[in-house]
Structure formats: structure tokens, C-alpha cells
Design a protein around this ligand. Structure first.
Ligand code: THG
Length: 367
């Protein structure tokens, strides 16, 4: 494989050196930051997440900071989910849309103060977006990308590791809530969150010069629990039904199509971007929906790097947007974005690399 040429547009995270020392074998760019996607032993990396504890460099989950008199107004204008009851110290998962109601990002919105928010973004430029909207609407806000880089600690033993560093109070944090902490003089925020369904925490490092130190603190605390490095695990996240915005969505996907309708509040104000389109889509119905697809055969299929056609009776009905060999179900599984005319239980054929693979559609999450 050719290498990815280094460039100053593509930045290392504060944990970069630490992950090299761990033997990282692959990266993917995310918000122009390199994040690890493998350490050479995918079975062990999956097993640790499912049965032990795993630590991830997710510094690419950048924070778009919105601060100032109109910060709460702007954050709501960007969010078709009602944030009026969000309190300081609480995060909320929010599908953000453009004016057409197309999903453009799905950040965790963290409320740090009444006039201070962080959008913990997926891979698209929400700083550019937020600044444009703020300027067009004449809002008094300052929008920046502060020096904040999350690390995730995920897996059933994550509470033991994080509590042994910061204290037992972390065990009482509710999902998506966060609080401040200091360890060895390093300022962090600790949230009950992370891109897996195995539970855990995210530690938001607030000083990029101390990434290696923080990594080593977690590494040491995790030693009794056999902690090891990991990453947002494609196998686990597909098994669990977690959406990858940009990976499982295209330039016309709306939140209803990809199971995010429950995070859209149609009663939010008319000034919220995309809300009129979303009301219309909800009323008129949408074309596609997201299901699981289970393929025949017990041979692990290789890397999934583009969308594959899904056919019924020789006609294309949608796309398989991502796929993985499921270690849990011992099958190749994936997400299907298909016409609403096709549903769970239906037999389909997936066109992959010149092959036609039989499979069936099912509800998500897989079980
Ligand atoms: N953590 C933080 N920032 C992030 C992510 C993260 N930014 C990018 C990306 N991940 C955003 N996407 C998601 C997608 C799903 C979830 C979190 C972030 C998630 N969903 C749960 C679910 O779908 O079951 C819970 C949703 C809910 O019930 O509110 O956790 O991981 N900091």
C-alpha cells in the first residue's frame, strides 16, 4: 500500500507519540486529525472492548466552542433537538442538519455554562458552518476550536480504571453528563460517553502538551485490568447499531432515514436550521430507511471501503453503507440504506467486488 504523505493540514493528536509507542498500525483522518484504527491484533482489540477495558485516542473529535451572549440561541438554531431543558454539565446527542433537512453532523452538544457550549463533532467542518450562521443572523458569539482532545476509556472495566484515577464519584455520572477534574496538574473534563455500547468514559484533555502524560496515567491505572489500546471499533459499532455520519449517510440523508428521528423535536422554533424541511419530510414521508443486512457464508469478508449496491429481483433498492465480519454473530453484517418498500426479513443480493452475495434485511441493532 502507498503511504499517506505527511502534511501540516493533517495534524497529529496530543496522543500521537503515545500511540506510536503502543505500536499503532493504521490511522484514519477525522476532522483533519489522525486517529488510530488498529494496533495489529483486531481480535484482541475487540475482545478487550467487549470483556475488559480499552483506551482510545479520539483527539479528532474536535470541540467547536460557542461562547457569548447569544451562545445558547445559536446552539439551538443549529440543533433540531430541543435543548431548552439541557443543564450545565449535561451533554446531548444532536443530529445537525442543513436547510434542506440533510444530516451534516451528529455531535454531542456539551453545555459548560449558560453562555458556553462545546459541539463535540463528527467529521465535517462545523466551525465554518456555525460561524456563517452566526454572522448571517447577527449573533453575538465567539466561535473557536479550543485546545481540547478527548481520550475514550471503553469496556465493562472502564469504571474501575477511571474511578481508580479520579475517585468513585465518576461511577455516579449519568450518561452524557460530565464534570471537571485535575490529575497531576492536568486539567480535564470527564464524561460518561464514548462511541461504543460497552459503556465507559471520555476524558477531555485541555492541554495538548500533556497527551503522553495522560495516556501513561490511564495506562498505569489500567494495568491491573489488562488495559490496552483500541479505537472506535467498526465491528462493535456496527453490531451495536451506532451511526457513522458521513460513512453511512450521503448528500441527501435526513435524520429520519437513519433512525435519528427520536432526536428531532418538530416543535422547536422556526428559526432552527432545517426544521421546516424536517417537518415537511416527516409529513410527506421519506424514501429510505436504515436496516441491518446479514450476508450468507461464514468467511470473513475483507475491508469495506465503499458503498455496495443492494438488489432485489435484479433491481437496485439501496446500498450497503458499511460492513464488518461480526465476531459476535459469526457472519458478515452491515448497514443497509434501502427504499422503504423493502423491510426486515426480505432476501437481498449485495454486489461486492464483482460478486453477488445473498443476504437478508433485519431490524437494528442486530441480535
Ligand atoms: N463522543 C464525543 N464526540 C463525538 C463522538 C463521541 N463526536 C463524533 C461522534 N462520536 C458523534 N456521533 C455519536 C454517535 C452516537 C453516540 C455518540 C456520538 C451515542 N449514541 C447512543 C445511542 O445511539 O445509543 C446514545 C444516544 C442517546 O440515547 O442520547 O452515544 O462518541 N465526545
Amino acid at each position: 500500500m502507498p503511504e499517506i504523505a505527511p502534511h501540516t493540514r493533517l495534524r497529529p493528536s496530543p496522543y500521537y507519540e503515545a500511540t506510536l509507542a503502543e505500536g499503532v498500525t493504521s490511522f484514519t483522518p477525522y476532522n483533519q486529525v489522525l486517529i488510530p484504527m488498529g494496533y495489529g491484533d483486531p481480535d484482541a482489540e475487540y475482545d478487550r472492548l467487549m470483556n475488559g477495558v480499552s483506551m482510545w485516542d479520539v483527539g479528532g473529535q474536535r470541540q467547536v466552542q460557542i461562547k457569548g451572549r447569544d451562545a445558547a440561541s445559536l446552539t439551538q438554531i443549529l440543533s433540531p433537538r430541543d435543548l431548552s431543558k439541557q443543564v450545565v454539565g449535561q451533554g446531548k446527542y444532536v443530529p445537525m442538519c442543513n436547510h434542506a433537512g440533510t444530516l451534516i453532523n451528529d455531535p454531542v452538544v456539551n453545555k459548560l455554562d449558560d453562555d458556553l457550549f462545546w459541539l463535540s463533532i463528527a467529521d465535517s467542518d462545523m466551525r465554518l458552518w456555525a460561524r456563517s450562521i452566526a454572522a448571517e443572523r447577527g449573533l453575538e458569539v465567539e466561535i473557536t476550536q479550543p485546545d481540547v482532545s478527548p481520550m475514550a476509556v471503553q469496556g465493562p472495566m472502564a469504571p474501575d480504571v477511571v474511578a481508580s484515577i479520579f475517585g468513585n464519584w465518576v461511577r455516579d455520572l449519568q450518561y452524557f453528563w460530565f464534570d471537571e477534574a485535575v490529575i497531576c496538574g492536568i486539567q480535564v473534563k470527564i464524561a460518561r460517553s464514548g462511541f461504543s455500547k460497552q459503556g465507559g468514559f471520555e476524558i477531555y484533555l485541555m492541554d495538548g502538551s500533556r497527551g503522553t502524560e495522560l495516556w501513561n496515567i490511564v495506562r498505569e491505572a489500567g494495568r491491573p485490568f489488562d488495559i490496552g489500546p483500541g479505537y472506535p471499533n467498526p465491528c462493535e459499532r456496527i453490531e451495536s447499531g451506532l451511526l457513522s455520519c458521513g460513512g453511512d449517510t450521503d448528500d441527501t440523508t435526513n435524520p429520519f432515514e437513519v433512525r435519528l428521528g427520536k432526536f428531532v423535536d418538530l416543535e422547536v422554533g422556526d428559526d432552527v436550521i432545517g426544521i421546516r424541511s424536517l417537518r415537511k419530510i416527516k409529513e410527506e414521508g421519506f424514501r429510505r430507511h436504515q436496516l441491518g443486512v446479514v450476508l450468507k457464508g461464514e468467511m470473513p469478508s475483507t475491508n469495506h471501503s465503499r458503498w455496495y449496491d443492494i438488489r432485489v429481483g435484479g433491481k437496485k433498492v439501496g446500498d450497503m453503507t458499511n460492513g464488518t465480519w461480526s465476531r459476535k454473530f459469526r457472519r458478515n453484517i452491515g448497514f443497509a440504506l434501502v427504499s422503504c418498500a423493502h423491510g426486515s426479513g426480505e432476501l437481498v443480493k449485495v454486489q461486492k467486488d464483482g460478486w453477488e452475495i445473498e443476504g437478508f434485511l433485519c431490524e437494528l441493532p442486530f441480535r
